[in-house]
Design a protein around this ligand. Sequence first.
Ligand code: ZN
Length: 222
Amino acid sequence: MKEQSERKALVLLSGGQDSGTCLYWALQKFGEVHALGFDYGQRHKLELELAAELAHQAGVSFYVQTLDTLSAVSKNALTSPAIAVETKLPDGNPPNTLVEGRNLLFLTFAGIYAKSKGIRDIVIGVSQTDYSGYPDCRNEFIQSAQQTLRLAMEVDFEIHTPLMWLTKAQTWQLAGQLGVVQIIKEKTLTCYNGIPGDGCGTCPACMLRQKGWDEYQKRSTD
Ligand code: ZN
């Protein structure tokens, strides 16, 4: 098998902080990087535009797969404009921004696309540390998905999750080590209200992002 630095990788790129950081992580580790995004009727199309911009800046190809049937079968605040984003997490329940099975679907398409391009390394920016009640962000799921893709397509796929055990502050730190903090800070969208960069500042995604940023700043000035 080829060395990692000579292999090609496919990054799932959404336009958010996590996948943006993964894009640059992959560029450092692999010889050639491609990116894949999904248009699944998410609230903010701007996310995909930012993803395209990030990929372009990084000199990486970006393919967008349309999955517009997902919103027809999934009721959640990310794909249904009629449902307001819950600003507080209900006790013990995942937030209403959860799109059931999303990463399972994304990884399936990623596997098919990767195989067609002769790629066996897939990079996804999920994290169990701050997983916010999204079951398909957990390591156990990723391990299982890797096994399923291998069996389904007879490719020795490896799913890389560089953020799996990182906090949001450590994800900023990783962006710092990769020398891309400013790009990630300005050119990604995490906010549920669709405001890029530092966002609206009040939605749960913005608060989590800001909290991580503050911790990162505190640590780097200590
Ligand atoms: Zn926000």
